[in-house]
Design a protein around this ligand. Structure first.
Ligand code: SAH
Ligand code: DHB
Ligand code: MG
Length: 222
């Protein structure tokens, strides 16, 4: 077995024992694929990690940037109390439409508000509504804008909030200081912002699994 195959087999094993037979999540992936969405959602063990982080955080309000078909949204929204709220920002109307159906089938439509448009346009509109501070922000959209998303997350959170960024390793490309790839440049800028910002303390962890070699950055707002 190649290493990536092995990582996938281990993810399958963990999923079968730790979060098996989840009809709403499996249907969300099936319908996303049927609608032609790219297969780039978090894995099941990663989704469960996001859910556990939201629970540990006692999150009542969550902001997600990058909805796709709502797979990570479902994991996160399930951590919320009855009167909780998750706002998820998605550029593509088609992705959002698939996500809204998947979220409704999971019974979470009362908690989740999917907003269509470029996140850098939706974020100022959201801020104008003076929302209660978000307890957790999950950043998983166009990586080139990662530093802007971290800045917006800072405006929309409180001391003690948690910011999570997906895909910060990208097969190790993050370590290439000479990279001109906009995604790598954006993610490096976000990591450096987390490292230098007086109101943030953070770390990043490398992961392997069914989606290859990648990782998350985690930052706590001070
Ligand atoms: N969080 C999802 C995966 C998101 S994939 C999950 O794990 O299940 C990234 C998503 O970000 C895609 O749906 C893409 O359309 C969206 N996206 C890309 N650029 C964006 C932008 N500028 N604003 C908002 N969403 C964007
Ligand atoms: C891509 C985006 C993601 O958010 C992800 O988790 C994996 C891949 C991508 O654009 O290729
Ligand atoms: Mg991602």
């Amino acid at each position: 077995m190649s290493e990536p195959q092995l990582w996938g087999a281990v993810d399958d094993y963990f999923t079968s024992r730790l979060s098996p037979d989840d009809e709403a999540l499996e249907a969300a992936l099936r319908d996303s694929e049927a609608a032609g969405l790219p297969a780039i959602a978090v894995t099941a063990p990663q989704g469960k990690l996001l859910q556990l982080l939201a629970q540990i955080q006692g999150a009542r309000t969550i902001l997600e940037i990058g909805t796709l078909g709502g797979y990570s949204t479902i994991w996160l929204a399930r951590a919320l109390p009855e009167d909780g709220r998750l706002v998820s920002l998605e550029y593509s109307a088609k992705h959002a439409e698939v996500a809204v159906r998947n979220i409704a089938r999971a019974g979470l439509d009362r908690l989740v508000d999917v907003r269509v448009g470029p996140a850098l346009e939706s974020l100022p509109k959201l801020a104008d509504e003076n929302p209660a501070p978000f307890d957790l922000v999950f950043i998983d959209a166009d990586k080139v804008n990662n530093p802007h998303y971290v800045e917006w997350a800072l405006k929309l959170t409180r001391a003690g909030s948690l910011i999570v960024l997906d895909n910060v390793v990208r097969q190790g490309r993050v370590a290439d200081a000479d990279s001109t790839s906009p995604d790598v440049v954006g993610t490096r800028a976000a990591i450096e912002l987390i490292g230098q910002h007086p109101r943030l303390t953070g770390t990043a962890v490398q992961t392997v699994g069914a989606k290859g070699y990648d990782g998350f950055a985690l930052a706590r707002v001070l």
